[in-house]
Design a protein around this ligand. Structure first.
Ligand code: ADP
Ligand code: MG
Length: 378
């Protein structure tokens, strides 16, 4: 789905109150009953009705009629809205520019702050692929009703932000994290190309050893990136690599740590062999090279990403991983269905309507959409 920053401009404070009420109600209800929304928003039933209709028209919430009761749920659009509004209020961002990336589970935009510094907004969209795929194994979801796209996307974002913060504070080459709200995070814009796009490098051996050293240095701090590949390494003009994309990081005390570690190492070896025809006998080995010096994952837990969050997110990631392995067509848009009850729902089919990356060049000028009106931002 496309981020619609324009809608931010046109919202009354009452609409905002009702939207916030839907979000609050979602903590305990997958479908928030209409009377509860009115109650949380402190509006008469009749009064909230009209506003709910307006919000649904703007695609910020969607009406769901199920067997037991009628209600609403927040859409990705509504969740995006709430995050953006928080960022604007805190002064983290001021305008939204081009989309520069669309992955299976995240959308990336160029944004800017008030001083026109370019930043990157990453919106996590877990569940875009399919929650149906994991429905059959949803025991853990039964216990935790809120294990929805909203909860999972928020976890991925909190996790990424927490790790980025700790890594940045400890001198690792990662973007500087700026702000986090719900399923979105804002970070420094890195003016660089993904390694994947770099066809020639002067000294592949140098970059190769820098990357392997980075894997080892992470492990010595108790961490494994878990997706250390040519897409998640940006290479600056001067040749320095910057590591991105952290939702799948694991601790070296994880039972499968060695497997994750070897996979990261293997990714780099394979890529350098195929792309640059570079092969080295030297590569890190988990048992030999990983002597834990200190433990950053403890710091990460202290920063707000708790063990329970880690467990919930990992369960989801494992299930999704398995279902992708078993699927011929991972990106089937018919599967873009995040709501377990959606068979009974009347929501618009197009909530996750086809994404198009309008502009893949991050060097292009900003197409500025102002998110303003400070009196509306309360
Ligand atoms: P995904 O989870 O979709 O893989 P990533 O965090 O890897 O998301 O980002 C996808 C792409 O967006 C990257 O390959 C890169 O081109 C771009 N990107 C992400 N973060 C930044 C950043 N901080 N600065 C510049 N480009 C970025
Ligand atoms: Mg990535």
């Amino acid at each position: 789905m496309k981020l619609d920053a324009k809608v931010l401009r046109y919202m009354s404070s009452e609409e905002f109150r009702v939207l916030t009420a839907v979000e609050m109600g979602s903590k305990n209800h997958e479908i928030v009953p209409t009377p509860l929304i009115a109650q949380i928003a402190g509006l008469r039933h009749g009064g909230s009705h009209k506003i709910l209709g307006e919000l649904a028209k703007k695609n910020l919430i969607s009406s769901v009629k199920n067997a037991e009761y009628d209600g609403y749920r927040l859409t990705y659009g509504g969740y995006d809205y709430l995050s953006l509004k928080t960022f604007v209020k805190r002064g983290s961002i001021y305008s939204v520019g081009n989309q520069i990336g669309v992955g299976k589970e995240a959308d990336i935009y160029i944004v800017a702050d008030e001083n026109e510094n370019q930043l990157v907004l990453k919106i996590h969209r877990l569940g875009r692929i399919s929650f149906r795929a994991i429905k059959s194994k949803r025991d853990y979801l039964q216990k935790r009703k809120s294990a929805s796209w909203m909860y999972m996307s928020r976890l991925a974002s909190i996790k990424e932000f927490s790790f980025m913060k700790i890594l940045h504070e400890n001198g690792f080459p990662v973007p500087k994290p700026i702000d986090n709200s719900r399923h979105c995070l804002v970070m420094e814009f890195i003016d660089a190309y993904p390694l994947r796009q770099i066809t020639e490098i002067k000294d592949p051996g140098k970059l190769y050893s820098e990357l392997m050293n980075l894997i080892v240095k992470l492990a010595q701090c108790g961490l494994i990136h878990g997706d250390f590949n040519e897409f998640n390494i940006l290479v600056k003009e001067n040749g320095d690599p910057i590591l991105i994309d952290f939702p799948q990081m694991v601790s070296i005390s994880h039972p499968n740590a060695e497997w994750y570690f070897n996979r990261d190492v293997e990714c780099i070896r394979t890529f350098f062999r195929k792309k640059y025809n570079y092969e080295s006998m030297l590569y890190p080995k988990f048992k030999l090279d990983v002597n834990r010096e200190f433990n950053l994952d403890v710091q990460v837990a202290a920063s707000g990403f708790t063990k329970q969050y880690q467990k919930d997110l990992e369960t989801y990631q494992n299930e999704i991983g398995k279902s992708l392995d078993n699927s011929d067509d991972n990106d089937d848009s018919d599967d873009r269905d995040v709501d377990q009850e959606s068979n009974e729902s009347e929501e618009s089919e197009n909530e996750y309507g086809s994404d198009s990356t309008e502009n893949t060049s991050m060097m292009n000028s900003m197409n500025r959409l102002e998110i303003t009106s400070s009196e509306e931002i309360n």
